[in-house]
Write a protein that binds this ligand. Structure first.
Ligand SMILES: [Fe+2]
Length: 167
């Protein structure tokens, strides 16, 4: 497809470069395993504002992650079905969610599909909690970035697969 024959409008000189990514989620090599039956595919790391975007994939019938969000999160479900122990709705393909700051949840894969793929935009860190809600660990854009760099450096994709997603 060709762009219309029109003048391109100049961007502000200090604007950062856009990210245009073929997320390629059908390609097994782009997925980084983070836990048993859980993988992520990084899409964007914002190191000035502490935010990141990734696709999360889980397989099997069970708990994927339990954590608190001190900042909001949005999510868009691509396939499968999943939910939170703390809420009674079920996300299915096409479901968009906005979770306000303070949201604390136990994400599980819903058994009827047995898998899920969702794009999450984390506006701040995750605080991992135990089954009583007590914090056990945390994740922010920097810990996530380091884990991803370490992993992809060990694959043919290389660290560049991750660093080009930093703004
Ligand atoms: Fe979450």
């Amino acid at each position: 497809m060709n762009a219309p024959d029109m003048m391109a409008i100049p961007l502000p000189s200090d604007a950062a470069a856009e990210i245009v990514e073929d997320a390629n989620l059908d390609d097994e090599s782009v997925w980084m395993q983070t836990a048993e039956n859980v993988w992520l595919r990084p899409l964007f790391f914002n190191v000035l504002q502490g935010m990141w975007v990734n696709a999360v994939r889980a397989r099997g019938d069970g708990i994927v992650s339990r954590h608190r969000h001190p900042s909001p999160v949005t999510g868009y479900t691509l396939d499968g079905s999943w939910g939170y122990v703390e809420h009674d709705w079920i996300a299915r393909p096409g479901t968009f969610i906005y979770e306000p700051a303070g949201e604390t949840h136990t994400l599980y894969c819903k058994g009827d599909a047995g898998h899920m793929t969702t794009i999450f935009h984390n506006f701040g860190p995750l605080l991992y909690v135990d089954e009583h809600g007590n914090q056990t660990d945390y994740e922010d854009v920097f810990t996530r970035l380091e884990k991803c760099k370490d992993y992809y450096r060990s694959t043919p994709l290389g660290e560049e697969f991750v660093t080009r997603l930093i703004r």
